[in-house]
Structure formats: structure tokens, C-alpha cells
Design a protein around this ligand. Structure first.
Ligand SMILES: Cc1cc2nc3c(=O)[nH]c(=O)nc-3n(C[C@H](O)[C@H](O)[C@H](O)COP(=O)(O)O)c2cc1C
Length: 252
């Protein structure tokens, strides 16, 4: 209690807004996740490394962003706790989050999305809107992803970063990083299930050149650092990338 009281006045800004042109997203709807059973999503989810570059409708991207990273709950929970004398910080997503700080930010790398220009966008979770950070992909994405080149044919990637500065406020010790990693893990699984329920193939990677990826999404790599990359798109549910399949054929 004493510790919480001592930091209460110095809470960091939890609603992150990057500067840039705002890009509206279509209204989200839950039709896909309403009609796809949880069991089906759990069973159908597979890490696929074979994307065909077909565009993913922006409506679907909007649904996935909102369901995974959006402020899906209103403030009634906050109000009810306030009535009981508990002041809460932040907002709730569909996944749990250490200290409810929502330290994870989502950056959309739009590769093949219909009605959205290729580029780098930040997702404002509390407003369900994108901020354009860059037009086009002005970097060698394949190199950044350590030559996992098949990812370029996905509809989109989501780079998840962690705002360590939020975590340092409540966890002023190295366990802040454990929270950061676990937050990302929870969100990753939610993303995988939601994208699967939208009949998209999913992929994920923790294998990338950190500094280059930080540069791509324009973050400092100190207060905020990229931690994980998700992908979704059309293709076949194949754990083997086309490159590996070719290699196997060549060697047999
Ligand atoms: C933390 C983590 C890191 C991963 N990194 C990579 C990666 O760099 N490249 C990749 O192709 N798959 C990566 N994967 C996917 C795993 O290889 C995959 O989940 C595993 O082979 C099991 O297959 P499944 O997801 O289809 O069940 C990663 C998964 C996790 C959870």
C-alpha cells in the first residue's frame, strides 16, 4: 500500500499516441469469432510458413487489431472498483497484462492489405485508429527478419514492442522484463486464435535484428523495444516454407 501510494502521483501516460497522419479503421465486428468455436480455433491454429501474397481485407485486419489489442472493455469495471475505494490505472484488453499497464504496443506492417497503403502504422489501442509512421516499407524486411523471406508474402505483420518506461514505474527492478515478455506471449496467443478464426494463416518470430526493427517502427530501443513479430495472411497451412520445400526436393 505504501509503495502504491508513493508512486500514485507519477503514473506514466498509459494511452500511447504516436505522431503522424491518422488513418481510420473500418468498424470492427465479432461475426467471425462468434461463429468459430474456441476448440476449432485452438485445433486449427498452426504456424504456417507458406503465404501467397493475396490481400487481406482491411475489415479483417481491423477486427483482429481490435480483438487482440483494442480497449475491448468499457470503464464500468474501473468505476465499480473506484466505488469500492480502489483506483485502477490503464484499460483492459482481451488478454491479461501485468499491472494493467498494457506495456505492449502494436505496430502494423501493412504488406498486402486491400484498401490500405503499404507502410508502417502504429495502432492506438484506446481509440482503434492507426497512425501512419511511414509510407511503403523502406527497409530490407527480409534481412531484418534474418532472411525468413516467406513472411513478406503475408498480408501483414504486427511488431509488438514493450514500453519499458511504463513497467519501470510500477516494477523498478529487473522483473519488469519478465512482465514484458509474458505480456507479449499472452497477446501472441490471442492474435493467433483470432486470426485463425478469420481463416487466416499465422506465423510468429522472435528472430530478427533488434536495432533494425526498432528503426523500422521508429522507437528508441531504450524506453521502448521490439520483442516479437506476428504475421497473418492467406496461403496454405504448411509449416515448411517454399524455400525449404525446394531445398528438400533438390536434395532427394
Ligand atoms: C517464442 C517463440 C519464438 C518463435 N520463433 C520462431 C521463429 O523465429 N521462426 C519461425 O519460423 N517460427 C518461430 N516460432 C514458431 C515455432 O517454431 C512453432 O510454434 C513450433 O514449431 C510449434 O508449431 P505450431 O506453432 O504449429 O504448434 C516461435 C514460437 C515461439 C512461441
Amino acid at each position: 500500500m505504501t509503495f502504491c501510494e508513493s508512486i500514485a502521483e507519477s503514473a506514466p501516460n498509459l494511452d500511447i499516441e504516436r505522431e503522424g497522419e491518422l488513418v481510420k479503421l473500418p468498424a470492427w465486428n465479432s461475426n467471425a469469432i462468434d461463429s468459430y468455436s474456441l476448440k476449432k480455433a485452438l485445433w486449427e491454429r498452426i504456424t504456417s510458413r507458406n503465404f501467397n501474397g493475396n490481400p487481406v481485407p482491411l475489415k479483417i485486419v481491423s477486427n483482429i487489431l481490435f480483438t487482440t489489442f483494442g480497449k475491448v472493455h468499457g470503464d464500468s469495471h474501473k468505476k465499480k472498483l473506484a466505488e469500492r475505494g480502489i483506483l485502477t490505472v490503464g484499460y483492459r484488453r482481451s488478454s491479461p497484462s501485468a499491472g494493467c499497464l498494457q506495456a505492449t504496443e502494436a505496430y502494423l506492417v501493412a504488406l498486402n492489405i486491400s484498401n490500405l497503403e503499404q507502410g508502417i502504422y502504429h495502432y492506438r489501442s484506446h481509440q482503434h485508429v492507426l497512425t501512419k509512421l511511414d509510407s511503403g516499407i523502406n527497409a530490407d524486411l527480409s534481412q531484418i527478419l534474418c532472411h525468413q523471406s516467406f513472411a513478406i508474402d503475408a498480408g501483414f505483420l504486427i511488431v509488438m514492442s514493450s514500453r519499458f518506461d511504463k513497467l519501470w514505474w510500477k516494477y523498478p527492478h529487473s522483473r519488469a522484463y519478465r512482465s514484458a515478455l509474458m505480456d507479449v506471449g499472452h497477446l501472441s496467443q490471442t492474435f493467433n486464435l483470432v486470426a485463425t478464426a478469420h481463416n487466416l494463416n499465422t506465423w510468429l518470430t522472435g528472430y530478427f535484428i533488434d536495432n533494425s526493427l526498432n528503426k523500422l517502427i521508429k522507437i528508441d530501443g531504450f524506453k521502448e523495444h521490439s520483442l516479437f513479430v506476428l504475421a497473418a495472411g492467406h496461403g496454405s497451412q504448411d509449416p515448411l516454407s517454399p524455400g525449404v520445400v525446394k531445398l528438400l526436393k533438390a536434395t532427394t
